[in-house]
Design a protein around this ligand. Structure first.
Ligand code: ZN
Ligand code: ZN
Length: 381
């Protein structure tokens, strides 16, 4: 397959870069050491950059003349989990690991930077966005709030993620929704506390909690059309302090995923109705707090991504009919501002799952991913 020959010639360097990042994982927006290391690499390629967001970095490579601007995004943050791979370059930090492969996404973007800086055979400019805090720390929002789209005239944005279960010469491009929205909610159930032997003198909250949990979990089966995708999960219930006291308050936490904004609205409304209805029945108060965390990731420019991937791995190895997954990605926030696409590159058919303690990014993805990005730059600029 026509992988980028020049990147292939120094791929050993990029693997070493990836392993070094892997050994030194940083979580959330605390990617201070990672950013310093990325800056060092960019300087050695002659690429300029600026700080953006919270420990994110934006590098810029000008082409040969005026034209459009494309942004390519790679995330950099690790997870709070213990690695159990036993690899020679495994995490040196207890309880922290690159279990989602963002070390590899960073290395891939660096390979693109090194190649494009040496060629500049395109019109316009390429922005390389090294982003912190993807794993639930609002990293993308912080970059946007810091003026990504105001300070830079960006026309399109593309990103990629390694994906276990596909071979490394397979690329997945969704035409439409690729990844679900993620919302989080809390229902505070308030009754009146008292002695466990005298529930009649209290307003006992647990019966209401049980009904809310059951009813919330039936929203998808009874309210959402069988043609739509949605998940409502209860994730935490907290309340009580002693075996002989009926408590005042119990709090329920949950998580909602959908692939459609209208379904998201429907679930939020339904949860509100459940809380209100059950509260009235039991005479408790139930207050819903619903927070939309990530929007649905809908690819608005899949065709150039498909064509670029096909040029690298061949038409037959680009899969466009895969179902969206119910996981979410903060790349979705960028697609609210400009068109673009988020593609997956196979991490190997036998790869451990993302976020698993035995997972490792497959180094082959660096060459495939960087080749696709370079080809994509040629396609859109
Ligand atoms: Zn992840
Ligand atoms: Zn990830």
């Amino acid at each position: 397959m026509p992988l980028n020959a020049e990147i292939a010639s120094w791929i050993a360097d990029m693997k070493a870069v990836r392993h070094r990042l892997h050994t030194n994982p940083e979580v959330g927006t605390g990617t201070v050491g990672t950013v310093a290391f990325v800056k060092e690499q960019l300087r050695s390629y002659g690429v300029g950059f600026e700080d953006i967001g919270e420990n994110s970095l934006l590098a810029r490579i000008e082409g040969r003349g005026p034209g459009k601007t494309v942004a390519l995004r790679g995330d950099m943050d690790a997870l709070e989990t213990q690695e159990e791979t036993g690899l020679p370059y495994q995490s040196a930090v207890k309880g922290r690991a690159h279990a989602c492969g963002h070390d590899g996404h960073t290395a891939t973007l660096l390979a693109v930077a090194r190649h494009l800086a040496g060629h500049r055979d395109f019109d316009g400019a390429v922005l390389l966005l090294f982003q912190s805090g993807e794993e639930g720390y609002d990293g993308a929002l912080k970059v946007i709030e810091d003026g990504l789209f105001e300070k830079h005239d960006i026309d399109f944005i593309f990103g990629l993620h390694n994906w276990p279960g596909y071979a490394t010469d397979q690329v997945v491009v969704h035409f439409g929704a690729a990844m679900a929205s993620e919302d989080r909610f809390e229902i505070l159930v308030r009754g009146k506390s008292g002695h466990a032997s005298m529930p009649h003198g209290c307003v006992e909250p647990f019966a209401a909690v049980a009904d809310i949990v059951k009813s919330a979990q039936s929203i998808v089966g009874r309210k959402v059309s069988a043609h739509d995708k949605a998940v409502v999960s209860i994730t935490q219930v907290h309340g009580g302090s002693a075996d002989n006291i009926i408590p005042d308050e119990v709090v329920i936490h949950g998580n909602v995923r959908t692939c459609d904004g209208a379904v998201q609205d429907l679930i939020e409304e339904s949860l509100g109705r459940v809380a209100e209805g059950v509260a009235r029945m039991y005479g408790v108060e139930a207050t819903l707090t619903y927070r939309r965390k990530h929007p649905v990731l809908v690819n608005t420019m899949p065709e150039p991504a498909r064509a670029a991937a096909a040029a690298v791995v061949g038409e037959d190895n680009v899969l466009t009919g895969e179902l969206p997954v119910m996981g979410s990605e903060d790349f979705a926030f960028y697609l609210r501002h400009v068109p673009g696409c988020f593609l997956w590159v196979g991490n190997g058919k036998d790869s451990a799952l993302l976020h698993n303690s035995k997972y490792d990014f497959n180094d082959e993805v660096i060459l495939v991913g960087a080749s696709v990005f370079v080809e994509l730059v040629r396609q859109v600029l």
